[in-house]
Design a binder for this molecule. Structure first.
Ligand code: GAP
Length: 511
């Protein structure tokens, strides 16, 4: 994790993303729209690299996974059969005074207990320190009301667990006063739209809240292509939409986001736990391969009693974000639920015929599901470092570096002529740029002092810098002619290499 792993790390990352063109608030000139983000010139490259790495590793380099791109708007019956129309809800609470809206499971409260008696209630919003914050609030409450007696430890619960008689007594997180919170109501998170010219119930359709259903609905069509044999997977990358009650933490929870999901179909009598473990390990290794530090990852097994009735097990790979340890990648063993549901609802059995065992069955599925945006944020958090480096005059200064893995860095190499007013240097530098450009993203920069140009590239994670100087022109003797300085971002070490060797050196390091 980054050296500056402090409370303000998130602010620094958000500010860097805006300043350097990674991520902007959507529609900012109109005041922004909550839960939507735009990816700028460097952001699109970073996203594309994450997607491409995943696609290459998940689909192209495997014999047992094929790709799919299904439509974003599907037949509304898909979402009835999948259970999303009936059950894709979050519990929502309104504060009638402040008009703010909360997710009930993100409001935590406790009775203030003095000598065994409840003398009031305290509330906090979900954080890393729920119990500590509630205890501090309980102490303040007791002191302000001058209540005598022994304060007992708080008993944190989330608002979905509040008894009806407690609800009027629990303070609103917005106002700090009790009496304004409504009881939780189920809120369906799917975005509705209309298909066609009519705007009535018969035309209602939904923006997909996950890409996964495309793989189930097209299961038969893919099976009929004859390309696949169980066990096999269908993978898809694409936008999903959820009308989140409280989008927050930058791009962590948005209303429009991109998912990379894979449904791995196994035989009904296969060892699901073995495959579940296999995919958890695969996902973990993949995250490390794109530069996420192993120490910031952990696993969370969903407790059996909280699983859906059909689920055999769900494990989340958790990442230590600056705002707390949160879900990054969910790996679920979903049994045969989805295919069975669509088989029943469509009247077309979603079965597989095993021609060796001469047996027909509905396959079971293991589903690794992750958001591109959450990976991108985890990568930025892992990569952000502030270290010390000498400035032009040799004085140490703070350097901001994104230590992005070269595989996913938006720019792979920056090319600099030492001076912009020397046509021979500029010409040579442009030749080097043109030599590398067909193979990798190259950024050509001739503005300002060379040290400042290095810093600008360090800040956006460019792993290599190539400088064309007077030695390149052969001014210090023919042995240095057509050589350049190759600088490595993390160590800042520089080596002299021949232009003709550059591609051979760089290509294996950026791929
Ligand atoms: N098909 C299963 C499914 O969609 P999920 O846990 O709801 O499961 C999978 O979502 C992944 O998608 C999450 O682990 C997370 O990485 C990402 N994700 C979910 N909701 C998101 C949101 N509102 N904003 C950004 N990413 C989100």
């Amino acid at each position: 994790m980054a050296e500056s792993n402090s409370a303000d790390l998130m602010d620094k990352i958000v500010s860097l993303c805006k300043r350097r063109g990674f991520i902007f608030q959507s529609s900012e000139i109109y005041g922004g729209i909550n839960g939507f983000w735009d990816y700028g010139p460097l952001g699109v490259e970073l996203r594309k690299n994450i997607r491409d790495c995943w696609w290459n590793d998940m689909v192209r380099r495997r014999d047992d996974v094929v790709g799919l791109e299904s439509s974003i708007i599907m037949h509304p019956k898909v979402w009835e059969a999948s259970g999303h129309v009936g059950g894709f809800t979050d519990p929502m609470v309104d504060c009638k005074v402040s008009k703010q809206r909360f997710r009930a499971d993100q409001i935590f409260f406790s009775p203030v207990l003095v000598d065994g008696k409840t003398v009031g209630y305290v509330t906090v919003l979900e954080s890393e320190r729920i119990a500590e914050e509630l205890q501090e609030k309980a102490e303040t409450f007791k002191r302000k009301k001058a209540i005598q007696g022994k304060l007992e430890p708080v008993q944190p619960k989330d608002f979905t667990e509040a008894k009806p008689e407690e609800i009027p007594l629990i303070p609103s997180p917005a106002t700090g006063e009790p009496g304004s919170l409504t009881p939780p109501r189920a809120f369906n998170m799917m975005f509705e739209t209309y298909v066609g010219a009519l705007r009535d119930e018969s035309a209602v359709a939904y923006l997909r809240p996950e890409t996964a259903q495309g793989m189930f609905v097209d299961f038969k069509a893919i099976l009929d292509t004859g390309r696949v044999k169980i066990p096999f997977g269908i993978a898809q990358v694409g936008k999903s939409f959820r009308n989140e009650i409280t989008p927050r933490n930058f791009i962590f929870r948005s209303r429009e986001f991109e998912q990379m999901e894979m449904e791995y179909f196994i035989a009904d009598d296969d060892d699901w736990a073995k495959w579940h473990r296999y995919w958890i390990d695969w996902c973990r290794e993949w995250l490390i391969s794109v530069g996420i530090s192993a120490e910031s990852l952990s696993e969370y097994d969903h407790p059996k009693e909280k699983l859906a009735f059909y689920s055999k097990g769900t494990t989340d790979l958790m990442f230590k974000y600056p705002f707390g340890v949160q879900e990054l990648w969910g790996i679920a063993a979903r049994g045969d639920y989805d295919l069975t549901q669509h088989g029943k609802a469509s009247g077309q059995p979603m079965e597989y015929f095993d021609d060796v065992k001469k047996k027909r069955f509905v396959p079971h599925v293991i589903e690794p599901a992750v958001g591109v945006d959450r990976i991108l944020l985890a990568i930025l958090c892992s990569a952000y470092v502030e270290d010390q480096a000498p400035d032009e005059k040799g004085k140490m200064e703070t350097r901001t570096v994104l230590k992005l893995h070269p595989r996913i860095a938006p720019i792979k190499v920056a090319v600099f002529p030492l001076l912009k007013n020397k046509p021979e240097l500029v010409k040579k530098a442009q030749e080097v740029r043109d030599l590398l450009r067909p193979y990798m993203t190259v950024f050509y920069d001739e503005a300002s002092a060379i040290g400042r140009r290095y810093r600008r590239q360090d800040e956006v994670g460019t792993p290599f810098g190539v400088t064309i100087d007077f030695d390149t022109l052969g001014e210090k003797g023919p042995e240095l002619a057509d050589t350049v300085t190759l600088r490595e971002r993390d160590t800042m070490k520089q080596e002299r290499v021949k232009i003709s060797d550059l591609l051979g050196i760089l290509l294996p390091r950026v791929r």
